[in-house]
Unconditional design. Structure first.
Length: 268
């Protein structure tokens, strides 16, 4: 732990030094381990319905285990934190090997996952390497969840089971939801928050969907519903500190006032 702190301090001071001489350097590394995802979310390019085509593409284009290891080594000399995402990173057969390797380089790790495959992994071992998991849970209700993520009921229940496993093993995790026209009700009636607490999440991150330029449909709710969602989230965040809402109030205030935000907000 002491060694980790020294490493972090060294890297942060080198980053500050670079900023002073106006050299921009990253401080957080995001590793997108694979193009493949087992879900079908319509707001995401990885939700591609042609799964066999996606698997073929991932096989041809995903970096190999050794290539990732080399990248981890180089990046760990400069960055203080790492985020592992995909596609769905846990779908890689070498997922644990890569996480172990990154941990060996003393990189703190955040995992972003749809949590549908966590039961295929040794969760106790993973707990040793990962600081926390960002769970992509757009809805806490079966019907909306399946609609937003394009999956069947069994998958929803598998995910809920895996979230319970995270809670039981005290694995730090929080929920991330993309608000679309399919899941607004649970934010308006605030039941999403109750369920998040029940499933062990102390914090939630919420952002409205951004429409994709490459498709001809919109998943954004209508204006009136957007306003009701924003008002309800703001009201909840002012009265409650659990789960903590990680997106600043300003995000929802600006949407209410101007219809959009004037800053980049990353849900993760
Ligand atoms: S689970 Fe995440 S990566 Fe997979 S399709 Fe949905 S949004 Fe994209």
């Amino acid at each position: 732990m002491v060694v980790d702190t020294i490493r972090t301090l060294k890297l942060v001071s080198s980053w500050v030094g670079n900023r002073i001489i106006q050299r921009r350097r990253p401080i957080i590394a995001v590793f997108s381990l694979t193009y493949y995802c087992n879900f079908y979310c319509p707001m995401c390019p990885f939700g591609d319905p042609d799964k066999s085509g996606q698997i073929r593409f991932a096989k041809q284009n995903d970096l190999t285990t050794d290539q990732w290891k080399l990248i981890f080594e180089k990046v760990s000399e400069h960055c203080v934190w790492s985020i592992i995402e995909g596609g769905e990173p846990t779908s890689r057969p070498d997922f644990m090997e890569l996480v172990r390797y990154l941990y060996g380089l003393k990189m703190p790790i955040t995992l972003i996952s749809n949590c549908s495959l966590l039961h295929t992994i040794d969760i106790q071992e993973l707990r040793k390497y990962i600081q926390f998991i960002t769970c992509s849970i757009d809805s806490v209700y079966e019907e909306s969840y399946c609609k937003v993520r394009g999956v069947d009921k069994a998958t929803f229940h598998r995910v809920v089971k895996n979230l319970k496993m995270l809670k039981e093993t005290n694995f730090p995790h929080y929920f991330n939801s993309v608000i679309t026209k399919y899941n607004t009700e649970e934010f308006i009636d605030q039941s999403y928050f109750e369920k998040a607490i029940e499933l062990g999440s102390d914090a939630v991150s919420l952002t409205f969907v951004e429409d994709r330029a490459d498709v001809n449909y919109s998943l954004l709710p209508d204006r009136d519903t957007i306003n009701r969602v924003c008002e309800s989230i703001l009201q909840y965040s002012k009265r409650n500190n659990k789960p903590r809402i990680m997106i600043p109030d300003l995000y929802f205030e600006q949407i209410l006032r101007d219809g959009h935000v004037t800053f980049d907000e990353c849900g993760v």
